[in-house]
Write a protein that binds this ligand. Structure first.
Ligand SMILES: Cc1cc2nc3c(=O)[nH]c(=O)nc-3n(C[C@H](O)[C@H](O)[C@H](O)COP(=O)(O)O)c2cc1C
Length: 253
């Protein structure tokens, strides 16, 4: 049994979407035991979603933090999003679960920052004791901070660039709200690479951007957007069924 029911978790994550922002400067305080207990509960709950993805959290001192990630200071914990090396659509599924975990951190007033590129894979593999067929796809520092959102936190593309205005206008309010909340999702370099395609009873998340290098990280971004969509649909009493497919994520509701 978990501390919190799945329904309560989803309600908490829904509320956290508008509160979350990336922080890179932390105040050095260790994460309190009660918050760690809650994060372990959440990671155990999420462990049951996909059998090839796990979230691990380790303590770090300042030197270890500097060895693990670039440009982050003062965090006393790091989480890693770990999956099988050859899992199908592993990055989009990692994005989905990882974002739910970071929203739980937000609920506990802990700050975070997705780090998908700027971490030392060799060093992190050691501190997280990575198995032979496992890969760390991203990490996040976790800690307390009074830092305010960055100047670019509010820079989000208008909906008309992300979804055909006609499709958006015809959508039910819950789906419109879901897309608005996906629009607020974090993405690597704030690229917001997603495109939303609406059909009767279906939301598809596809890539609006195609990068010659770095396409893989866009898949993680799209999984993150999917997590926001699911939280809003559930809040509105709608249950989606998700299919993580090559190049697209489909929610049927
Ligand atoms: C998959 C992913 C990878 C990211 N990688 C990094 C990174 O390597 N270094 C970093 O400082 N920020 C990284 N970020 C944070 C983004 O820059 C940040 O989420 C984005 O600029 C939006 O800002 P916000 O999170 O405050 O809304 C990453 C975000 C995502 C979603």
């Amino acid at each position: 049994m978990f501390n919190i029911s799945a329904e309560e978790y989803w309600e908490r994550w829904y509320a956290a979407i508008r509160e979350r922002y990336s922080v890179r400067q932390f105040d050095g305080r260790p994460v309190e035991d009660k918050d760690m207990a809650q994060l372990h509960d959440c990671a155990s709950m999420l462990r049951e979603v996909f059998d090839d993805i796990r979230i691990a959290i380790v303590p770090v001192e300042e030197d270890g933090l500097a060895d693990a990630v670039d440009g982050i200071k003062g965090a006393r914990r790091i989480a890693a999003f770990i999956g099988s090396a050859d899992g199908e659509q592993i990055r989009s599924r990692i994005g989905f679960l990882g974002e739910l975990f970071l929203l739980e951190c937000t609920c506990l007033d802990l700050k975070t920052c997705w780090v998908g590129g700027a971490f030392d894979k060799h060093y992190c593999s050691q501190i997280f004791e990575i198995g032979e067929d496992e890969v760390i796809y991203a990490v996040s520092p976790i800690g307390y901070s009074d830092a305010v959102p960055s100047d670019t936190h509010d820079d989000r593309l208008p909906m008309k660039e992300l979804c055909e205005p006609e499709e958006y206008e015809q959508a039910v309010p819950a789906v419109q709200e879901a897309l608005q909340s996906a629009r607020l999702a974090p993405s690597s370099m704030n690229r917001q690479p997603w495109k939303f395609i609406l059909e009767a009873g279906e939301i598809r998340i596809e890539k609006r951007l195609h990068l010659s290098l770095g396409n893989k990280i866009l898949e993680m971004d799209n999984g993150i957007a999917a997590a926001h969509i699911e939280a809003v649909l559930r809040q509105n009493g709608i249950r989606g069924t998700w299919a993580f497919l090559p190049d697209t994520i489909v929610c049927t509701y």
